[in-house]
Design a protein around this ligand. Structure first.
Ligand code: ADP
Ligand code: PHD
Length: 453
């Protein structure tokens, strides 16, 4: 039995939904279908989830918001018309969305989650109706009825362990099950969403819970490429990646698969196959426990920007017991999460996403570090990009860091910092944001051009 997940790009139009129908019905093993909300039809388009967020915010502020509401309903109406579904489907979606928007606004984050989740929920109902129209025994499954219970963290839920056992029962249900992605219910029975792109997580949870043989994740690219295809033309396609490599790469910028979607499948030993809805016969990329090491040390290069570094220096810092703990305590007091913490004898840097703090908070952080830790110098450097070079082969290879830094040096790119991940399958390079693209391209040249993968 297989779990199949279709992302927003695979469900953006009636034509795409028809491809989804053909893929699902071509293989009787494809029993549980996880769907996202309709995504972008072209690069400048807006995802339904983003329209819903806009809509919810307008309702929160003004108590209504006709234009964004109409924009959402029109997306479904268009798809329903293309699929030849009766108008009553659109009317139901209209009424359901209106009910969500007029729902309880006392807790804005919970309200936002309820409206966001309606995107997937209504799409699952629409797709179920289409499967039925085409003569397939299909059922919409509500995550609460199926037992998908999550933590009460709006916009950032985690699956609670008891869900897995309950979800196993789905195997015994008849027909094709259409399951909305992206959300579950907390113990109080309220909707809570995963973080953005979280339908990937739903698919993985279902794969684990039902002990599926395979988790197929359908998207709009033929494979996971060794580098973001918007940064390098025709990058190498990867046939296989390990869970660990994929988690590192997705966390660091490979948006094709959510980094939190690896663990549930990995724990149950279920392989993940990322495939293209538009070319389903292509093999795609398999994420597995172990892979044949067919390339050099590196399998992928991911990057992301919007980071800053809090640099702290103090003479003889290395001899001061508890310095790191006290520094992190200050960061924790401000409710910040950090990504990396490279350190030297007399200095230490904390790398974090800069959109977590405003200018006033930055000034307060600097003040507290200076006062409480008697630091000699504290400064915050903005607009950094982080590049992760990832590969299981790095554990066995000597000189990968030297090759990477030479490649960057040849391009005249100044390295702000380097950090070798303790997992030994990743290496982090910090550069200025303006150098990000050139740095990724230089590293790609070094590790992939002319190397068979
Ligand atoms: N290394 C990579 N390999 C493949 N795709 C990538 C990579 N890095 C980023 N992407 C982007 O991920 C996109 C697919 O993810 P996403 O837009 O979330 O799809 P979906 O709508 O199926 O959820 C691709 O169109 C591609 O632009
Ligand atoms: N629709 C949600 C969840 C999701 O997974 O979407 P997609 O499969 O289009 O990335 C979002 O945009 O965040």
């Amino acid at each position: 039995m297989k779990i199949v997940k279709f992302g927003g790009s695979s469900l953006a139009t009636g034509e795409q939904v028809e491809k989804v129908f053909n893929i699902v019905t071509s293989d009787p093993e494809r029993k549980i279908v996880v769907v996202s909300a309709p995504g972008k039809r072209h690069a400048e388009d807006t995802k339904v989830t983003d329209l819903l967020i806009d809509c919810a915010k307008t309702y929160l502020q003004f108590g209504e918001g006709k234009s964004s509401f109409d924009a959402v309903v029109e997306r479904y109406a268009l798809i329903a018309r293309e699929l030849g579904l009766p108008d009553k489907i659109t009317k139901k979606i209209h009424d359901d969305l209106l009910a969500s928007l007029n729902g309880d606004k006392r807790h804005p984050q919970k309200y936002l989650d309820a409206v966001k989740a309606s995107g997937e929920d209504n799409n699952a109902k629409l797709i179920t109706a289409y499967f039925k129209l085409r003569g397939i025994e299909a059922y919409y499954v509500n995550p609460k009825d199926a037992g998908l219970i999550v933590s009460d963290e709006p916009g950032n839920a985690q699956c609670l362990p008891e869900s897995y056992e309950a979800l196993f029962e789905l195997r015994n249900r008849p027909g094709v099950l259409i399951f909305p992605g992206f959300f579950g219910y907390n113990k109080e029975g309220e909707v809570v969403t995963f973080s953005r792109s979280g339908s990937d997580i739903t698919g993985s949870i279902l794969a684990n819970g039902t002990k599926a043989d395979l988790y197929e994740n359908f998207t709009d690219v033929d494979a996971v490429y060794s580098v973001n295809p918007t940064m390098v033309q025709n990058p190498k396609e990867l046939r296989e990646l390990t869970y660990r490599e994929m988690r590192e790469l997705s966390y660091a910028g490979f948006s094709v698969f959510h980094d939190e979607a690896l663990m549930p499948a990995f724990r149950a030993g279920i392989p993940v196959n990322i495939k293209n809805t538009n070319y389903p016969s292509k093999p795609g990329t398999r994420i597995v426990n172990e892979r044949e090491n067919t390339n050099g040390p590196v399998i992928g290069i991911a990057s992301d920007n919007g980071f800053c570094s809090i640099y702290v220096s103090k003479y003889l810092l290395n001899r001061e017991i508890g310095f790191g703990r006290r520094l992190l305590h200050i960061i924790e007091d401000f409710g910040l999460s950090f990504e990396h913490m490279p350190s030297g004898i007399d200095d230490i840097s904390i790398i974090l996403r800069q959109d977590q703090m405003d200018l006033a908070q930055e000034e307060n952080i600097i003040k507290r570090i200076k006062q409480e830790l008697q630091a000699d110098n504290v400064k915050i450097e903005h607009n950094l990009a982080i590049i992760m070079v990832v590969g299981e082969g790095m554990r066995r290879n000597v000189g990968t860091a030297a090759r990477a830094s030479n490649a960057l040096a040849r391009e005249g790119i100044n390295l702000e910092m380097i950090n070798q991940g303790s997992s030994e399958v990743s290496m982090m390079f910090g550069v200025k944001e303006v150098d990000e693209n050139r740095a990724v391209q230089a590293l790609y040249e070094e590790f992939f051009v002319g190397v068979p993968v």
